[in-house]
Structure formats: C-alpha cells, structure tokens
Design a protein around this ligand. Structure first.
Ligand code: PSU
Ligand code: MN
Length: 305
C-alpha cells in the first residue's frame, strides 16, 4: 500500500479478501452539509453499503495522512472541526507535507481510491463547469479527474448552480462516458430532469459494471460517470429550486465569492433559501446513490473474479 495511506481494519480486510469496496467522499461531510446531518448521513451511507454486502471506505486526510475508512470518532472530527481544508488534486501534496487535515473532493477522493485499488465511488453531485466560466475559468478539477483516473463515480448528476450543457461537453471532449441509470436524461441533482439528454441509458447495475470493466480492459484511462436521478418522491419542484439557485448565485456574485469557496457557499445559501428542503433532498439522493453504487461494486467485483 502507498506509504501515505492508512486503511481502517474493515477496509484492509475487505481489500485482502477481495470484497467489493465503495469509496465515499468527505467534502460532503465537512463542507457540503451542516452538523449533525452531515455525520448522520455519512454513517447512514456506510450502513447502506454494508447492507448490500459491500464495504464502505470513507476517505479524508487527517493530520497529513490519507485515511481510507473512518472510525466514528474520525467521522465526528471531520463533521465538526473548523480546521478542515477542502482538498482537490492540487492540494493533496501540500496538505500531506504540512500534516494538515482536509476533506477530499470528488477529484481527491478518486485519486486516493485509485491509489488504494478501489474502483467504485459514490457521491452526491460532481463539480463541473461553472456558469460564467468563459469569464472566470472556473471549471472543477473533478472533470479532469474523471478524464484521467480509473474510478467510476455514481452521482445524481450535477447541480444547476453549474453550466450543465458545458459540463457535458467537457466530459465528452475528455472521453468520459456519461451513463443514465434507468434514464435518458442527465439529472440535475435536486430534480430528475435537466432538459439534457445522456447518450446512453443502462437498465441495471450489471450493465453499468460491464461498461466500466470494458473501458479499462480497452486501456482507456479515466472514469465512468453513472448518473442516477433522485427518487421521484424526494425530487424538488424545478421552478422552485431554480429560483433558489438564481438567488444564491446572485448573492455569491454580490459578495464576490470565488474559487473553492463558491460551491460550499451556494450549497449553504440554497439550504437557507429552501428552509432546509434542499438538504433533505441532498441526503435522500446520496442514499439512493449508495444503494446503486454498492450493487455496481458487487457486480464489478464478480467480473474481476
Ligand atoms: N456538489 C454537491 N455537494 C458537494 C460538492 C459538490 O452537491 O459537497 C463538493 C464535492 O466534493 C465536489 C466539490 O467534488 O464540491 C467540487 O468543488 P469545486 O466546485 O470547488 O471543484
Ligand atoms: Mn472551482
């Protein structure tokens, strides 16, 4: 194992026994949700993965060490400490060298998962091309990671805080398959619809696993994005959430929020503007992704045996 990584006992045993393992990110815990919902959700996700017979591996950096599999105490730390940075690819070496603690974004989680040999990663939404990127150049490092790192990501699409058409164009350019899970529409996180089509729909986890395996068997580097829409009963009304997003974006611009602060700022603002409804939807969609991700991990594991 890579010398910067500490595996939890549960994850270490799972890797040794070649059991299916599912990576989970920590930015959602430290910067994506308020306390205590963040920690409750993190624990629930782990349990969902276990119920299906896979092993959860929540990833974070604590005191300069990459931790794969977090104890309850460490989850608590990630969910409450004010000292936690937000680390994507560019931050990793600095955070390790300085012995700091950081939550890992989709990008950094993919890197760490790949180092540990974990192939499936469940999150809520990925970062993407921000609205106005033609001016700001703000394009999430998540997209380059999907282009380069061999980890499949299960998400509920991307939020309409982003420029979704350009996000999909970017993924196409960099050869990332975007596959709708039981849908032809690219989901927009809080809603099942975005008005944008995906190129392919899969009907079950077996088909998703096959696509992932064949991509790597062909020697094509990079990820596969499995877009799994929020369950109907938890989806928010599109007009309602779009308005909250517009208002949050306006507020961010007024306050000149930029760079890595913008995504957490918008998430928090949208939560306030919707009186917590967006948070509820967020929790339910990640749980749904955990169900699907665990089953894909199990199917992929079978294909490698
Ligand atoms: N989208 C969410 N919740 C999140 C994030 C995205 O709904 O917590 C986090 C993820 O960790 C993602 C990161 O990788 O934000 C993207 O940040 P940026 O836009 O700065 O690249
Ligand atoms: Mn950015």
């Amino acid at each position: 194992m890579n010398k910067f990584i500490d595996l939890s006992k549960e994850v270490k045993e799972a890797m040794e026994e070649r059991k299916p393992v599912v990576a989970l990110e920590s930015t959602i815990i430290s910067h994506g949700m308020p306390y205590p919902e963040n920690i409750e959700t993190a624990k629930t996700l782990e349990n969902i993965v276990r119920e299906h017979g896979a092993i959860p591996a929540t990833i974070a950096i604590i005191n300069g060490r990459i931790k794969i599999g977090l104890s309850e105490e460490k989850l608590e730390f990630m969910g409450t400490s004010k000292e936690i940075l937000k680390a994507s690819r560019r931050d990793l070496p600095v955070v390790l060298a300085k012995g700091l603690s950081a939550a890992t974004t989709v990008s950094a989680t993919m890197i760490c998962a790949n180092l540990a040999g974990i192939k499936i990663f469940v999150t809520g939404g990925i970062g993407g091309v921000h609205r106005g990127a033609e001016q700001t150049f703000d394009i999430s490092a998540d997209l380059q990671e999907l282009a380069n790192t061999d980890v499949a990501v299960v998400c509920a699409g991307a939020k309409a805080i982003l420029d979704l058409p350009r996000t999909l164009e970017y993924l196409e350019t960099f050869g990332v398959p975007v596959v709708g899970f039981k849908t032809w529409e690219f989901p927009a996180f809080y809603t099942r619809e975005s008005g944008l089509k995906v190129d392919y729909k899969v009907d079950d986890e077996i088909e998703a696993a096959k696509i992932i395996k064949i991509k790597w068997d062909l020697g094509l580097k990079g990820g596969v994005l499995i877009a799994n829409p929020i369950p109907e009963e938890y989806a928010l009304d599109k007009a309602y959430i779009d308005k909250a997003i517009e208002d949050a974006l306006y507020e961010a611009e007024k306050r000149n929020i930029k760079g890595k602060e913008i995504t957490p700022f918008l998430l928090d603002k949208i939560k306030d503007l919707t009186q917590g409804e967006s948070l509820k939807a967020n929790i339910e969609l990640v749980k749904n992704n955990a169900h699907v991700g665990a089953k894909i991990a199990i199917e992929l594991n079978k294909l490698y045996k």
